[in-house]
Design a protein. Sequence first.
Length: 136
Amino acid sequence: MGENKHIKELDAFAKKYVKEIKAEKPSIDFTASIMQTIAEEKTADVFKTTALISKKVWFLILGLLAAAIFIPFKESKGTSLNMPEIHFSFLEKIQISNLFESISVSNTVLYSVFFFGLMVIAQVVFLKNHFDKRYH
């Protein structure tokens, strides 16, 4: 019972002071000023992409890879690894020259493959522009 009395007293107190407070009316151009303020705020990039590996690190990796490839082969006398020589003379015995002579492709197929390639390129360019505009 004591809690209900306390709640009623708080309710009466709040009603009394709410009646005393004058209702404020916003200015005529309130919405316009809010919209102006929003328009002037600097918008943050939602998806600002940054590379996980910087250009300096990529150049360092490329340099280390090039060094790992070219430094061991710099010596003209030989390498530390004795690799057996591989002769590719067996490839001369395989007759591949006549393999593609029997295949004939009509002009319609060539045109359709060419047109399909153009459409794929156009779609890639279109989608790239679409997603660039969407996230910027």
